[in-house]
Structures are given as C-alpha cells and as structure tokens.
Design a protein. Structure first.
Length: 309
C-alpha cells in the first residue's frame, strides 16, 4: 500500500470543509483499486470562523483526516509549505477547499504520474465568473512576468497539482521566507503534465483574494523570480542623465547664440516633477528587493503552529 497525501489550505472555509471531504471521498474506489491510502491534511490559516471545529468533527469520524492550525493568519503560501512539510505520502496533491479544484480529476492525474510524469498540474482555460477587470490584469501579469523572468509561469495555472515525493522534497528544499509557489513549482523543473479545464465557480463562501491582495501577490512573484525591474531602474537612470546633459547643452547654446534668457519655468517644473517621479519609482523598485532581503535575513519561521494532529 502507498499513501497519497491531500493538502488543503483553508482560511474561513467552514462551509466547505465537509463538502470538500464528501467530494474527495467519492474517489474511494479509485484509492482502493490503486492500493492508495488517503492522508487528508487540512491547514487552517488562522481562520476566525468554525473551520477548525469542522475539521475536528471529520477527524473524529475518519482517522485519515489531520489538522494543522496556525497561531494566526500567515497567508496561503505558508499554508502550502506547512501542508507539504507535514505530508508523508508517496504522492501529494495540493487542492483548495472551495471545490474550484475538482477532486474528480485525481484518477486522470494519477494515471499521468504512473506514465512517468513527476507532476501533473492544472490550468483554467477560461475565467468565467471573474470580474472582467480582474481577468484583464491577471492576463497582463502573466505576460509581463514571462517576458521578464526565465522561469515560465503558465497563464491560468492553479495551485491544484499531484506530485511525486521527489518533486515535493525538491520544493521543500527551497526554504525561503518570501514564497511564490507557482514560480517555485516551475523553477524546480522535472517533467510536468498540464491538464486544462473550464473554470469552476465557488458555490459557498467568498473568495479571500481581493484585487489589492492579488496585486501585492503579483509584485511578490515578480520580485521573487526576476531582477529585471532593477535593470529597468538602471536604464531609466542612465536615460534621464543623458537627457539632462542634452538639455543643459541646449540651454547654454541658446544663451550664447541667441542671448535668450532662461525662461519657461512651467516647463521646468514639469521636467523636475517627471524626473522626481521616475526617481521615486526606481527607489520603490529597489525598496521592494531590499524589503525581501530584510525579511529573509531575519530568518523568522514561515509559520507557527497552534494545534496539530
């Protein structure tokens, strides 16, 4: 018998904990046929509702259900890392509790693993149900990061994937504090099979990802897997130094040849404002990298566990 670990990060998913379990256990014939023992690990990311209580009810009925409960909200990336670290399975599946990651795909995913793939990942081919503005910016993010980074981030990629133990151990070997799992999955390499499916809307509860949180997450991803913004900042600095030198030469020539006094203070103010804005923008880019470095050298734990069984 082999073990398949199901890692389920949760944050205020009280309404979905039981439904997810019921849907997952529809795969019992598949588990039995392939001699797989399920290990279901719910990772509670400091929920303020009854998520922990619901998991405990399931654990009382099924010894295959386990819980990792954080002392506070550390974020989904910490939840993923904790679940993968706690997993003991020969195979590990990462899934969301909101049923937007259909458990019915597991048999097909396992088939590809048996065929020799190290990881089977999923991606949405549509964004049905998402606000148009959010979908637009999401697509632009993937285009931007793939142009700047050598690590490919697949458009529409979900966290939902099935992995071999070797693949999971490789991911866990990257113990960085500032984590961007989509990039880490791609960076470690190995043979990955992509499965496409139509977007499934959440049936219960509300998404925890606001536009602002997604924006911050996108910045984290760019900073984590490319230094191109620093090169852009350097290029802008050189460009404006050259422009400033040219403007100085033009001003001197005008004064010497035409005797035209320096004038046009409105245009001067505009130029100073523009250059100052570019400087602040570049300082902001550098600040993002410095802040990530600052958090890394502190060497704080990625998460703290309040309760575990």
């Amino acid at each position: 018998m082999q073990t398949i670990s199901i890692v389920v990060p949760c944050y205020n998913e009280e309404e979905n904990v039981r439904d997810f379990y019921d849907e997952l256990m529809k795969n019992e014939p598949f588990f039995a046929e392939n001699e797989l023992v399920p290990e279901i690990i719910y990772v509670d990311d400091g929920s303020s509702d009854g998520t922990v209580a619901e998991v405990k009810k399931l654990a009382a009925k099924d010894g295959h259900v386990h819980l990792i409960s954080f002392s506070r909200n550390f974020g989904k990336e910490a939840g993923i890392f904790a679940g993968l670290s706690r997993s003991t399975g020969d195979y590990v599946a990462l899934m969301d509790a909101d049923l937007q990651d259909p458990p019915a795909l597991l048999p097909e995913m396992f088939g590809y693993i048996r065929d020799g793939y190290d990881s089977v990942a999923t991606r949405r081919v549509s964004r049905k149900g998402e606000p148009p503005i959010r979908s637009f910016f999401a697509r632009q993010f993937y285009k931007l990061i793939n142009r700047m980074s050598k690590t490919e981030i697949v458009d529409g990629a979900r966290d939902y994937r099935l992995m071999t133990r070797q693949f999971v151990d490789s991911v866990l070997s990257m113990g960085e504090y500032n984590r961007f799992t989509k990039g880490i999955f791609s960076w470690v390499g190995f043979e990955t099979k992509w499965l496409e499916y139509e977007n499934i809307e959440r049936t219960k509860g509300e998404t925890k990802w606001s536009f602002w949180k997604l924006f911050i997450y996108a910045i984290d991803g760019i900073v984590a897997f490319t230094t191109a913004p620093l090169a852009i900042a350097s290029f802008l600095g050189v460009l404006f130094c050259v422009l400033a030198f040219v403007l100085i030469v033009v001003t001197i020539i005008r004064k010497l040849v035409f005797g035209d006094p320096t004038s046009g203070w409105p245009s001067l103010v505009c130029i100073i404002s523009l250059v100052s804005g570019v400087q602040l923008f570049c300082i902001g880019i550098i600040g993002q990298y410095m802040s990530k470095t600052y958090m890394e050298v502190k060497n704080r734990p990625i998460y703290l566990v309040k309760e575990e069984f």
